[in-house]
Ligand binder design. Sequence first.
Ligand SMILES: O=P(O)(O)OC[C@H]1O[C@H](O)[C@H](O)[C@@H](O)[C@@H]1O
Length: 548
Amino acid sequence: MSLEALKQHYEQIKNVHMRDMFAQDHNRAAKFSVRLDSESDFMVFDYSKNRVTEETMNLLLRFAREKQLNEHIEAMFRGDAINTTEKRAVLHTALRNLTGTPVLVDGKNVMPDVMAVLAHMREFSSAVRSGRWLGYTGKPITDVVNIGIGGSDLGPVMVTEALKPYSGQIRAHFVSNVDGTHIAEVTKKLNPETCLFIISSKTFTTQETMTNAASARSWWLDHTHAPEMVKRHFVAVSTNTKAVREFGIDTANMFEFWDWVGGRYSLWSAIGLSICLSVGYEWFEELLRGAEAMDRHFRTAPLEQNIPVLMGMLGIWYNDFFHCESHAVLPYDQYLHRFAAYLQQLDMESNGKHIRLDGSPVEVPTGAVVWGEAGTNGQHAFYQLIHQGTHVIPADFVMPLETHNPVGPHHAMLMSNCIAQTEALMVGKSLETVKAELRAEGKLSASEIEVLAPHKTFDGNRPTNTIVLRKVTPRSLGMLIALYEHKVFVEGIMWGINSFDQWGVELGKVLAKAILPELTAPSFAHGHDASTNALIDLVRSKMAPSAR
Ligand SMILES: O=P(O)(O)OC[C@H]1O[C@H](O)[C@H](O)[C@@H](O)[C@@H]1O
């Protein structure tokens, strides 16, 4: 069993320093790097600064084979109902299957519907962007507001931000939080004659989205008094035609998707309409092409050269053996400033599970706590803990070689910081070196040096991946996002969990619905624990003072 072999191997390797691994193997950087090209874009996955040897990787990949990873990958692409608790296929890959090769769900080829919705998105976004789609007073649309939450928000926000250099005249806004401040602040910036609301919700029942949508419609009607013109200013993206119609949106302006697209995997579907409106359909299709290239790679590359597999298995290595609990994602490109927030849902909602597919409890911790910030801001905030704290935090550095904004020396500085961080995290700085430096400075006594030097030492040996891109383009972004989707999949398979349901989100939703009427009830809440009752009563004293 490779698990036993891995456990033994871990004992041998756990204290080996990467510094020595690099010293012993001058070919290490090349050996532990994979490059993937797609048209003029490329990605280099450099995983040489990890606490692994060739033997580690061989054992990890043997472990993956034992768990039949290849068969699971095929089952996903084929459209098997691998989301077993919801009895659904998982086919975000079909959304970017631009060659149109048939993909069957329950014997039906889904590709004609996928292509039809893409055509609808192309036609609609072109009408809006070209000024052919007019608002109720005959003016073109200037502002688009996506109202959605979770997967119906985070992907579109992240991508729209990342692709700002490709955006046109239309301004994109996003409202997700049920906090009235969010919708209020966005509507302040809008002209009711020239704005378009996209109500994005897979289920069209999500409390936050439905409340924000109703408030947006009230705001719009208060300003326009033109209920018959709602159809020119409100469109919907959903799987729920009935609820869309009931909301009052013309179903001709509804963009459909399907239950085999998970919310956090849906930016490639019509949920990406706000992206399309911002950057135009052609660039949206480029995003899909990037993802398609990663899909092909994931499905066909041998495990040894398969970037999502390597990345996922490194995740398993640190989680299952080193017991690392968190994972930092550090993009060195300001346009990727929402990338970590997006990944939090992708990774943590997918793999934050305590039960395996067969209903038994998991045997190892699952799902790292994912967090991060765009470089170099993070360096001046939390990198201290990554360098010298007591936790080992594996980190991904995303490094686009070209910038969209070549301003003076900025990009060279950004790159030098990124590379320096991975070097420092790996190499560290020994006590002897620190002492020698302090002695050479000649400012401190020998005893002062003894006390200060440990504070200035770095153990190093902190693992990092460096993901090099040519530039943040629609294509490379598509590759990058699909890489993480598949990495999360690989980890889920290894843990034997269902990465595609999200029952954990439900309990809070149910309890919030129960508490809502109690906040304005005439009598003191008594059905909960003492803390909850008291908190409800505090809110009640503000909301229904006359009731007290
Ligand atoms: O698109 P919706 O149906 O409105 O769902 C929005 C979000 O709702 C919940 O929070 C789910 O856990 C998410 O996975 C989903 O993305």
